[in-house]
Write a protein that binds this ligand. Structure first.
Ligand code: NAD
Length: 353
């Protein structure tokens, strides 16, 4: 076996139904008593839930969490955090809420407890993203991995089927890229296989019954495994392309990841035969062809729309290609502008990979 390096997280993780009830004792363990609650505008009810759990003892809340972590929103949140004299951060919601928690941690050093309610996986990673002047950038800061993660399965029961599907595929993409990462290793691959298998089987069950607690538990566990993949190894074509589409054209994060996944895999397929075999073995209905398996999974999950439907204009495709080519990254197959343009055109039209 080849030598490898692996960074292990030092997080505390609480998983299960009703685990949010343990928030008061987790805050006490950290010696914190004045949390700033961070969430999205549509989920302000989370602030009331947490305030009630803590008998009203919160420093305040910031409910303008925005996708792709724009720096102006982060600066507003930072001012608010200082003005209410918070002694810790509690982010609750999807990857956008977790992202603001990380961005504030980087600026304040305050302990960060996160309660993820989608399958994005950011809670497990040291990746801090931000968007400024239409350019999304990320950097790795291992200290920014949230100190405590509370996975409360009950909170995911309200996640609409459509967002469950797309954020689940966002998570699966972390695992897929770990299988062919330049710095891949057996630990990340183990999480990747289990994460892909778990999500590929639980997401269709959630589509049939979004209240299926067992399927929800499996999906949340799968998202945890996939998040660990992204924490441990570098990303390639799939994530880089999605960053361009999200940062430059403000396309929605999870939907973009979901649409691009089979196309990115199809592009890389000639250079990643081992990964293609593992994917075909773990994605139901692949019948020996992982791209077909992914296409069928997307269709089962109702992801039949295109990048065009998400708002990308045909004339944006060229700018997307040149922006991608300006971002140097490792890829198992060389990145060729003409072929990426073709990939994007198919995804823009909504054709299968
Ligand atoms: P999101 O956090 O923007 O949430 C999408 C929508 O779902 C929001 O309106 C939110 O209020 C709603 N929502 C969340 N949980 C809900 C629930 N349980 N019930 C009902 N509604 C709910 O979207 P996302 O896909 O979770 O995260 C995307 C963001 O995460 C992007 O900004 C992306 O860059 C970031 N991300 C970062 C990493 C990382 O490692 N740094 C990894 C993955 C994603």
């Amino acid at each position: 076996m080849a030598s490898f390096e692996y960074n292990e997280n030092t997080q505390r993780v609480l998983f299960g139904q009703d685990s949010l009830a343990k928030l008061p004792s987790e805050l006490a363990k950290l010696g914190c008593s004045k949390p700033l609650i961070l969430t999205t505008p549509t989920k302000t009810s989370y602030v009331d839930d947490i305030a009630s759990l803590l008998d009203g003892r919160i420093a305040g809340s910031f409910t303008r969490v925005t996708m792709h972590t724009p720096t102006d929103v982060t600066e507003d949140a930072l001012k608010h955090c200082k003005s209410v004299n918070a002694d810790c951060l509690v982010s609750i919601g999807g990857g956008s809420a977790v992202g603001l928690g990380k961005a504030l941690f980087v600026r304040t050093g305050l302990p960060h407890i996160t309660v993820p309610t989608t399958y994005a996986g950011s809670e497990m990673t040291p990746i801090v993203g931000q968007t400024e002047n239409r350019v999304k950038t990320t950097h790795v800061d291992r200290k920014a991995i949230p100190a405590v993660v509370i996975y409360d399965v009950n909170l995911t029961l309200t996640l609409p089927a459509k967002i469950s599907a797309t954020s689940g595929l966002n998570a699966m993409a972390h695992a897929v890229e770990a299988l062919y990462a330049q710095d891949g290793n057996p630990i990340a691959s183990m999480f990747a296989v289990k994460g892909i298998q778990t999500l590929a089987t639980s997401l269709p069950r959630i589509m049939q019954n979004p209240q299926d607690v067992d399927a929800r538990s499996d999906a949340l566990l799968g998202a945890w495994f996939c998040g660990k993949c992204l924490a441990g190894v570098g990303v390639s074509l799939h994530h880089k392309l999605c960053h361009v589409l999200g940062g430059t054209f403000n396309l929605p994060h999870a939907e973009t990841h979901a649409i691009i996944l089979p196309h990115a895999v199809a592009y890389l397929a000639p250079s990643i035969p081992e990964t293609m075999k593992v994917l075909a073995e773990n994605i139901p209905d692949s019948e020996g062809n992982a791209v077909n398996g992914l296409n069928r999974l997307l269709s089962k999950l109702g992801i039949t729309y295109s990048l065009g439907d998400l708002g990308l204009k045909e004339e944006d495709i060229d700018l997307a290609v040149t922006t991608l080519l300006k971002k140097p990254f490792w890829s198992p197959r060389p990145i060729e502008g003409d072929l990426i343009r073709e990939l994007l055109r198919r995804a823009w039209e909504g054709k299968p990979a």
